[in-house]
Ligand binder design. Sequence first.
Ligand SMILES: [Cu+2]
Length: 267
Amino acid sequence: MSTPVEGSTPVSTGAQTPSGLKTLALPENASTHGPRIDALLGWSHRIEAGLAAIALGWMLIAVWRFRGAKRAASDGGTKRSIAFVLGLALSTFLIVDGTLLVGSEGYLRDVLWNLQVPAEDPRTVRIEINAHQWSWEARYAGEDGRFNTPDDVVTWNDLRVPAGVPVWVQLVSTDVVHGFSLPHFRVKVDAIPGRVNQTWFQAAREGTWEVACYQHCGTSHYRMRGELRALSSEAYAAWLREAGRQALQAYDADDVAAHWGWDWRTP
Ligand SMILES: [Cu+2]
């Protein structure tokens, strides 16, 4: 069930029927690239169902067709029959799997391996994320556009992005491996100590969704949740300006733990 958070829109946590019951369906999609991921999943499931039906059907037919047959002692096959079966298996494998591999190459490149961040897009919002046991700490560069400077905006379990704009995330972890996941955006990437990973997404509309950890990262892993709010561009800019102003006032050069940001990595 959704957990209403005081003063905000309830976070959507899963696909729900009108009566509020959860279904096995994917959570609603809130990103611009989500439909392609969902279509890929849908087609994979259809192909798997087809293959399973062929294999099971073949087995059932064989059981029915030879149900009264006498048990025959196995002779281990002749060289010719073994070669025939091996040849048949190998050709089936090459034709079926080869076709799938070649056919899905474009999809792999465009959808699953779509790591080409729209870095040239001047609207692209950059966020650094530091995962902890058990929270998400996020850092925005502030007005100067540079990270780890006094006007950086730092939030806890509270990601804010403008809707309809690419969001480029670079992330690490301070302790163990965490899994940064936006289920409603079909985004999953590991947060690993000592390594900067990256991903990007784009919210299709305004709203509030869940940020989850999908690696079992310790006893309170289940509590490692945050909110992602997709705002209008104006609301986002206003929030960032005000938060940056407050950050400047609260800046403490001696607070070493607060200075975990890094120079933005360019690919
Ligand atoms: Cu975690």
